[in-house]
Write a protein that binds this ligand. Structure first.
Ligand code: SF4
Length: 258
């Protein structure tokens, strides 16, 4: 069963990476909108028909977040992070940049110690306003799920133009002020073998990490049910082995798995 987030602001939920995380879903409450269609997406496959549900207005978001923060401040549930994830890719919201400014203002007002986190597939970073908004927040967690275009295409199934070399160049423009996230997995999808843990995939992926020089890299295994069933969960031990060559070079790599 896939998980869809039915509210604009939800939680806080306990996140293995972000602690007590107050979720923000800028996508429709029913359905999913994304520029990728990852074979492991916990929201399930993209719908075949274009979503006609309206996206939440920034004014409604502002009121909803403010009300929720007022309820949570000073309680045991005070969040460690306000986290944009939800039913798809948050940067596809047309007012994403303004929504980030609203979030920073309300965070500073009510819970200044909380981080603002955005989990993004990075496909909109070529737009200056999105790049600038993502540069302003504490945890800009950006995806690279493979070392070659072929593997990324097989895992993430982009439905927009995606040029891997251009993408890495954009990530280098953050000058190290970003977090990279990579889901490692093996399996098969529609007869195509999936494995981003091979020696070849990893050698390219290591080179990308060295070029981007992120302040942190999060690598993780599948945690929840996936739309493609034929996928293997990589063990925590294997994630640690993947992390090792980067750690030896002084990179910070966190592993999330069992
Ligand atoms: S980028 Fe995220 S929301 Fe989009 S399909 Fe992949 S996992 Fe799902």
């Amino acid at each position: 069963m896939s998980i869809l987030f039915e509210s604009l602001v939800f939680g806080p939920i306990s996140s293995r990476r972000l602690g007590k995380s107050l979720g923000v879903n800028l996508m429709p409450e029913i359905g999913k909108i994304c520029s990728f269609d990852c074979i492991y997406c916990e929201c399930g496959w993209n719908p075949e028909k274009k979503q006609t549900n309206r996206l939440p207005k920034k004014e409604v978001y502002e009121t909803t977040l403010e009300e929720r923060l007022k309820e949570l401040v000073g309680t045991d549930l005070e969040p460690d992070s306000i986290t944009f994830s939800g039913n798809g890719e948050p940067t596809l919201h047309p007012d994403f940049a303004e929504i980030i400014d609203i979030t920073i203002r309300l965070r500073d007002l009510y819970i200044p110690n909380a981080k603002i986190s955005v989990l993004t597939n990075g496909t909109m970073l070529h737009k200056k306003e999105i790049f600038d908004a993502i540069s302003k927040i504490d945890n800009n967690i950006i995806k690279i799920d493979g070392g070659t275009y072929e593997m990324i295409k097989a895992i993430n199934k982009p439905n927009v133009d995606f040029d891997l070399e251009k993408y890495i160049n954009i990530l280098q423009e953050f000058k190290g002020n970003l977090v990279i996230q990579t889901c490692f997995l093996r399996g098969e999808h529609k007869g195509v073998k999936i494995d981003n843990t091979t020696k070849e995939e990893l050698s390219h992926w290591y080179e990308y990490i060295k070029r981007i020089n992120p302040r942190k890299t999060m690598i993780y295994a599948i945690d929840r049910e996936t739309p493609e069933k034929n996928l293997e969960k990589i063990s925590f031990k294997e994630l640690e082995q993947i992390a090792e060559p980067l750690r030896e070079l002084g990179f910070v790599v966190e592993c999330y798995g069992k």
